[in-house]
Design a protein around this ligand. Structure first.
Ligand code: ZN
Ligand code: ZN
Length: 437
């Protein structure tokens, strides 16, 4: 059958019916392999591992990939590895999955819910695949199996990348800095998916250009001069400076940036003082900063420092008591979805799965370290697709009864994996086969 198909494809390169062939392979394969993939998904879901600790998960994936004939490239940082298959001359595509779960106590009550825990900063905490990286991995395995079992139907090189520590923003940065990564074949395109908590299964969300934000986490220490709470005239109160600072930095987004240039500055924590009648000598603030353009990010950093330094000076603090601004080693760039690649993918999805499969999406300020792969010295066209995880029944029920669906990163996130995974394999499988013909 494969031989007949490949002869036909050789003869009918320009025939309309040929464009349906990859979809037929992919859809048939996804249907036939659904049960096995869902079983694998449920196992991965039951046993989540936290960022940088994905040893067991990586071992499972690696074993599967070896059995399928992929060449394993290790030492990509933490537990990250690549599985490479070369199949003649053609395009090189990198397709990435993430592997980590989150420190969340699962409350879905599913029969395969996680009861596992993991280590975070040396403390044992509950673990859950609350961001659906288990769906990403199962889809990834399905695609790898599709390509390895249909080698007559594609050509080129596929790099299946399994990445550690997406949730902490460490994995991609670490991977691209390794010499093993730099020695991988140079991709023409880089792809990834992320499941979406509200999109219907079978739908693909497209957002060209900037789609997810650059993320920075900053700790700021505001100093003062401690004293008795009843004698503020003898002290310099860092709590008052911190209050002024928090209010003043709200003007950065509203007054210093263009209304068309989205950014977020959130102060998520304030730590200062012990009791009501003591003025402390310092206050620590913890911020998250989100932006798209590099220039915007720099404006925000500059303004935060200007405002902090000047408020401290205005309060009478000497130059060695100005605030300190500590950028945590968790920064990730924005995700830039290449519009040309986006249109190519959209055309494939539309032609094979119909207009209803396309969901236009708005950019969001959530971060994803997939953006790192597109920001290397030679910029490689990259795209992350949103994939639906909500069954049509659950979707129509939520709309009819105004019930909100559990979002990503919550204890109740429960995607309809039985539908989502085969659908992902059929859709992304078709995209890969079409792009590697
Ligand atoms: Zn996440
Ligand atoms: Zn995620």
């Amino acid at each position: 059958m494969k031989i007949i198909t490949s002869i036909l494809s050789g003869l009918m390169l320009s025939a309309v019916s040929f464009s349906q062939v990859p979809k037929e392979f992919a859809a048939k394969f996804a249907k036939e392999n659904a049960a096995g993939l869902i079983q694998q998904y449920q196992y991965l879901h039951t046993h989540p591992e936290l960022s940088t600790h994905e040893q067991h998960t990586a071992a499972i994936l690696k074993k599967e990939m070896r059995l399928m004939g992929y060449n394993i490239v290790d030492s990509l940082g933490f537990e990250s590895f690549a599985a490479v298959m070369s199949n003649g001359k053609g395009r090189t595509i990198l397709y990435r999955t993430d592997m980590d779960g989150l420190p969340v106590f699962e409350k879905t009550a599913l029969p395969y819910a996680s009861k596992d825990s993991g280590l975070k900063d040396g403390v044992t905490v509950p673990a859950m695949h609350a961001c659906g990286h288990d769906i990403h991995m199962s889809t990834w395995l399905g695609l790898a199996r599709l390509l390895s079992s249909h080698k007559n139907n594609w050509k080129g090189t596929i790099i299946f990348l399994a990445q550690s520590a997406e949730e902490t923003g460490q994995g991609a940065k670490k991977a691209v800095a390794t010499s093993a990564f730099q020695q991988l074949p140079q991709p023409d395109f880089q792809l990834a998916i992320h499941d979406h908590a509200e999109l219907q299964t079978g739908q693909v969300g497209f957002c060209n250009d900037f789609s997810m934000a650059a993320v920075d986490m900053m700790d700021i220490t505001i100093y003062g001069k401690g004293g008795h709470g009843a004698s503020p005239q003898n002290a310099i109160d860092p709590i008052v400076i911190a209050a002024q600072f928090i209010n003043e930095i709200q003007t950065i987004v509203s007054r210093n940036l263009s209304p068309n240039d989205p950014a977020v500055i959130t102060v998520g924590a304030i730590h200062g003082g012990t009791v009501g009648n003591i003025i402390p000598d310092q206050v620590v603030l913890k911020l998250t900063i989100r932006s798209y353009a590099k220039e915007t990010r720099q404006i925000i950093f500059n303004r935060i420092k200007q405002i902090g330094d000047h408020l401290a000076q205005a309060a009478g603090l000497p130059s060695d008591k100005l605030p300190t601004y500590y950028l945590l080693d968790m920064s990730i760039p924005a995700v830039y979805n290449n519009p040309v690649l986006g249109e190519m993918l959209k055309t494939i999805v539309k032609n094979n799965f119909g207009e209803a499969a396309i969901a236009p999406m708005k950019p969001i300020m959530i971060g994803e370290d997939f953006g790192v792969y597109g920001q290397q010295s030679s910029k490689i066209p990259s795209y992350i697709l949103w994939m639906g995880t909500v069954s049509p029944e659950r979707k129509s029920n939520s709309l009819a009864n105004n019930i909100s669906l559990p979002s990503l990163h919550t204890a109740y996130f429960a995607p309809d994996a039985e539908l989502a995974i085969p659908s992902n394999v059929a859709i992304i499988g078709t995209c890969l086969l079409e792009m590697m013909r």
